[in-house]
Design a protein around this ligand. Sequence first.
Ligand SMILES: [Zn+2]
Length: 93
Amino acid sequence: MASTIKCPKCGAEMNANSRMCPVCGRKRITGKDMAELFLLIILLFFGYLFIHSMRQTAKRMDKTIMEDSSCLFVSSGTLSAEYPEQEIKWIIS
Ligand SMILES: [Zn+2]
């Protein structure tokens, strides 16, 4: 038989393994919950680091592509008529 504990809110007996009081619905914070929360924070932290580094890489790649395409553009000036003005600005800037 499973052990029971008293709900800290309403005092009803509840299964020690259940995470919620069946009477008032109060949630219990167990050691498992804390572990899950901790894990979530770590995941978020690493997720942030990962996204941050990806964005840095993407910025560097953008810069490289821009430099490359401006070189291409300068070396082949005859293409200018084929590019819309906005695109030329993007390539030069
Ligand atoms: Zn309760």
